[in-house]
Design a protein around this ligand. Structure first.
Ligand code: BGC
Length: 777
């Protein structure tokens, strides 16, 4: 590992190592910003940052509250420094919506403010087992009155339109008036990206003493969003509570005044239903009302129980139990929790680069979803993977337009998007990454091989394959000076530090793969479901000739290899650039993306993120072990890992080629990136792809799991210092459990039919459920 990264990792842990919790032990305003992302809650549909309930006069450096709905965006014209033809016209930005988490407490007239008075006890913990955020405060105001407060917050995982907060308090050493001011604040705006800060307008609002709603309109895109709030005054609190309301144009306040007796506990629950107009349903207001009413009838305790039940099921499928490494055990679970929170599950939305935990990257979906997050789901919760692919299917029309914009056939999926249209204003970092088409095809194939979902492939998948394959045929050309090979010029691989290059190896191999599986699937479906095949062919003008053409061209694709160095050149020009090692770049100049002009970066052999290494992983069966070693040795010293997508892939290849220390270090860098804030930017939102990378490096790296041509392989090892680790995978409808302990590996069938795979060179067949097969490493 490079020195720069080793030094970053020397940072002290911010939270204590706990198996199932992330705990903030001290309230410090300056930590709020980081905590807002760490403690963000979400359920794939909506996300609430971990901003505390009471307000503080913080600057944007200490607090950026946010509530978002996945896929709900505002649009603005992209302003270009210099115009060029056919650039995307409008951007899309996930919009910051009404803040319904605001709750301020007053003892008489003194407002709870942890920066004043005394904090006698404080703890906030994210409970990963139960899917809850809990806060405990014991505070003494300036008059010596002590109050104990316990707040529990959730975004329901089983009712996607519901969020809730339970607010409990107890006057410890006094009796008197305590007021709780609960609000929906609709006067909000995006902190970043949008120029027009007033992107939302209130259409309607209504308030009663305990309930009310706000209906917002996003001016540029006409999304209507309804927030319906109901308060439940629980148990004996009712007798002591008087409720008042107040409303202004874009804000509703409820004030609950309680004549508190010393030592009594008072409880108020806030239940919120949220819907928007571009989802299935009647209308957002009546839908949100109905969800809020149902949740209120169920009650908060029920919501907690449902949440715990949901989480139990989730952990049964996805938990990786690590014994002997508390830091990584915690990190894995934290990451898996956020992956759950980030993923859209309705086929209309996907996984944004920061999930729903922050505004950075504008809530855009990238290739991150298919290449880093989808494998996690395909092997553990295939139904979610299916819906993520369905999102691509549902945006084929926009991807067709995007291809036309670039004078290409078929589809070109956007590099950054929410609604399916290209939203990037910087083509050298976006459109030039044509590889996204192949990444989607690769993920589709992975899902298909794992799930054997024939119906999906026939009804949706094949069309995606054919349309993505068509793009490659129109992008590439036979180049006489390259022995008349079929080449892809002026592209960019995953390494964004080398845009506009010819024959990026990753791109060429992946394009070939895209064509290869397209031809195979077309032949299978033509034979097995001829009617469907014919209908599709008619609809998208597919001919036998076209398939024959794909078959021929895929064999002619230029596959780069450098005889002299005996490595895979990243592209045609990479090896001819100025060589440099990352350790020789002054530390203060990293990350380069922030410190060097792009032209400087482009002239060096310096890499932002795994590129050839990703190829060595994804199509690993096409390369020898020796080549992988030579490639690793050549590219690793040149890689800055300025993208958080990088270390996971290096970790996996390091595992495979036996560089165990490097594998562990790169894994650590991936797994604890947000928790320890290595890049000091977690406040912007969590790094979802890197979180997916955590699972990849555990299961594909240490576990050595690969799947090629529908066959499963394991080459596991136990990292030094670990006692054991265990994970589960779904494969062709069955579920298996793998436990690695010292030099013994146990494979067990948990459910489903017989599963066959290879452990190193040994074929293993699991037939009987819960009977373990033990083998030596
Ligand atoms: C990486 C891309 C990634 C994007 C969003 C960039 O820094 O280079 O590969 O898609 O971040 O996560």
């Amino acid at each position: 590992m490079r020195n720069y990264h080793a030094r970053k990792m020397d940072k002290e842990a911010i939270y204590p190592y706990q198996a199932w919790k992330i705990t903030e032990e001290e309230f410090l305003l300056e930590n709020n910003h980081h905590n807002e992302a760490i403690f963000a809650l979400g359920n794939g549909y909506m996300g609430l940052r971990g901003t505390v309930e009471e307000d503080y006069p913080g600057s944007e450096k200490t607090t950026t509250p946010g509530f978002y709905i996945n896929g709900v965006y505002a649009s603005e014209e992209i302003i270009y420094g210099e115009e060029a033809p056919n650039l995307p016209k409008n951007g899309q930005t996930m919009i910051n919506l009404a803040d319904w988490s605001e709750m301020n407490l007053y003892i008489n007239e003194e407002k709870l403010n942890l920066l004043k008075g005394k904090i006698l006890d404080y703890k906030r913990e994210l409970d990963l087992k139960q899917g809850l955020l809990k806060r405990h405060i014991l505070w003494e105001d300036r008059q010596g009155r002590k109050i104990e407060i316990n707040i529990t917050r959730l975004i329901s995982l089983s009712r996607e339109h519901i969020g809730a907060i339970r607010y409990q308090f107890k006057a410890v050493n006094f009796s008197g008036k305590i007021s709780l001011n609960s609000a929906i604040n609709g006067d909000v705006s995006n902190h970043h990206h949008l120029r027009n800060k007033k992107a939302l307008e209130v259409i309607e609002s209504e308030v009663d003493t305990k309930s009310g709603y706000l209906l917002h309109n996003v001016k540029s895109t006409k999304f209507k969003i309804a927030y319906v709030v109901e308060h439940l005054i629980v148990g004996q609190t009712k007798e002591k509570c008087e409720s008042k309301k107040r409303s202004s144009e874009n804000r509703i306040d409820w004030i609950f005044e309680i004549s508190a007796s010393q030592g009594e506990k008072y409880t108020i629950d806030k239940i919120v239903g949220v819907n928007h107009s571009q989802e299935k349903g009647e209308n957002p207001l009546s839908d949100a009302r109905a969800s809020a009413a149902r949740a209120s009838i169920s009650g908060f305790e029920n919501l907690i129980e449902e949440q715990a039940e949901f989480m139990t099921g989730y952990w049964q499928d996805v938990d990786v139990k690590i014994e002997g490494d508390d830091a990584l055990q915690q990190a894995f679970r934290f990451n898996a929790f956020h992956i759950l929170q980030a993923a859209g599950k309705d086929g209309q939305t996907s996984v944004a680069a920061k999930g729903i935990s922050g505004e950075y990257y504008e809530g855009h979906y990238f290739w991150d979803t298919e290449s880093y997050v989808l494998p996690f789901y395909a092997f553990q919760r295939p139904e979610v993977a299916r819906n993520l692919l369905l999102f691509r299917y549902n945006t084929l029309a926009q991807a067709r337009e995007n291809a036309k914009r670039m004078k290409l056939d078929g589809v070109l999926f956007p590099w950054r998007t929410i609604n399916g249209e290209e939203a990037s204003g910087f083509f050298m970092g976006s459109t030039v990454q044509y590889h996204i088409n192949a990444d989607i095809a690769y993920a589709l194939n992975l899902y298909y091989q794992v799930s054997r979902d024939q119906e999906f492939m026939e009804n949706y998948g094949l069309e995606i394959l054919i349309e993505t394959a068509r793009m490659w045929l129109s992008l590439g050309s036979y180049i006489p000076m390259k022995d008349n090979k079929f080449c892809f010029n002026t592209v960019c691989g995953p390494d964004e530090y080398k845009p506009g290059v010819d024959n990026n190896a990753y791109t060429n191999y992946m394009a070939k793969f895209n064509l290869d599986i397209t031809v195979k699937m077309a032949e299978i479906i033509k034979k097995e479901a001829p009617e469907k095949y014919n209908r599709l062919s008619e609809r998208i003008d597919l001919t036998d000739n076209e398939i024959a053409n794909m078959k021929e061209i895929k064999e002619d694709i230029y596959l780069p290899y450098n005889e002299k160095l005996e490595i895979t050149p990243q592209d045609d020009s990479f090896l001819y650039k100025n060589p440099i090692e990352v350790d020789n770049i002054p530390e203060e100049e990293l990350p380069l993306v922030k410190n060097w002009h792009p032209l400087i970066i482009w002239r060096y052999q310096v890499i932002k993120q795994a590129d050839v290494m990703l190829l060595m992983l994804q199509l690993g069966n096409q390369f020898s072990q020796d080549l992988k070693i030579r490639n690793y040795d050549y590219y690793e010293p040149k890689t800055t890992h300025d993208s958080s997508l990088s270390p996971a892939i290096y970790s996996i290849i390091a595992s495979e080629i036996g560089y165990k220390n490097q594998a562990y270090n790169y894994f650590m860098q991936t797994a604890r990136l947000d928790l320890d804030d290595y890049n000091e930017n977690a406040y912007q939102g969590v790094h979802t792809a890197c979180m997916g990378g955590t699972w990849l490096s555990l299961v594909q790296g240490f576990g050595g799991m690969r799947m090629f041509n529908g066959n499963l392989y394991f080459h596991p090892h136990l990292p030094d210092g670990w006692d054991s680790y265990q994970f589960r995978l779904r494969f062709k409808g069955s579920q298996i459990e793998v436990t690695i302990k010292e030099n013994i590996v146990k494979y067990m069938l948990i459910s489903g039919d017989k599963v066959e795979f290879k452990h190193y060179d040994q074929v293993i067949v699991l037939e009987e459920s819960h009977l373990a097969e033990e083998v030596q490493i």
